[in-house]
Design a protein around this ligand. Structure first.
Ligand code: IYR
Length: 222
């Protein structure tokens, strides 16, 4: 056998079927209340919450358990300002010719534009990086299924943020290499998502959207 296969006992959660059903429904109800929010309060959030939501993200499965992600938590006002300026510069271009007409039309119900005040108002920005490879003693070690792995970690991060009673926005200024530069990250860290988190602004509103119904997004092969 190759490698160092080593196991330890694992005890999965066990519930009576009734309880499984009710837990699955209440988890859906909890998660179905999550919405992307674009207006934040500047109220500080406890560091302990940020730590535990990051630990939740880090518990995601990943290709060969390489955990090919890195998270920067930015609460420094000067750095948030630099990020806002750089993001707005890219977004201005995107909204003025960068995005094709069809894309702008698809976004119109959101009422978004190039201005991103929330990048300075939100008490913290979580900048997620994906790592196509790790560097160990000057050697490149390849990571696998990096997009999938980091996507999974981000999904779990958003769930943990929501569960803690905070809100977030999955923001994707494009291109976003400026994040690697501003945060002085190494060559093997590529910006993946920019996620402001915090409390929602007072009386915040969100677009009146619908989620697909089960039969619109599933087929069952029984
Ligand atoms: N990145 C831009 C545009 C944008 C694109 C998609 I796809 C969205 O779902 C929302 C916005 C912005 O953040 O405004």
């Amino acid at each position: 056998m190759i490698g160092n296969y080593k196991t330890k006992p694992y005890t999965a959660l066990r519930f009576e079927e009734d309880e499984m059903i009710s837990r699955s429904k209440s988890f859906f109800e909890l998660m179905n209340q999550r919405r992307s929010v674009r207006e934040f309060s500047s109220k500080e959030i406890p560091t302990e919450i940020i730590q535990s939501i990051l630990l939740t993200a880090n518990s995601a499965p990943s290709g060969a358990n390489k955990q090919p992600w890195f998270f920067c938590v930015v609460s420094n006002p000067e750095i948030k300002k630099q990020i806002r300026i750089a993001a707005e510069e890219e977004e201005y271009k995107a909204y003025h010719g960068g995005m094709p007409e069809e894309w702008l039309e698809d976004l119109s119900y959101l009422g978004t534009d190039w201005k991103k005040e929330f990048l300075e108002i939100a008490p913290a920005l979580i900048v997620v990086f994906r790592k196509p490879y790790d560097e160990e003693n000057g050697l490149r070690k390849k990571n696998y299924y990096v997009q999938e792995s980091v996507g999974l970690a981000c999904g779990m991060l958003l769930a943990a943020i929501h569960n803690a009673g905070l809100v977030s926005l999955t923001h994707t200024p494009s291109p976003m290499n400026f994040l690697q530069e501003i945060l002085k990250r190494p060559e093997n860290e590529k910006a993946f998502l920019l996620i402001p988190i915090g409390y929602p602004a007072d009386n915040v509103e969100v677009p009146d959207i619908q989620r697909k119904s089960l039969d619109q997004f599933t087929s069952w092969y029984r």
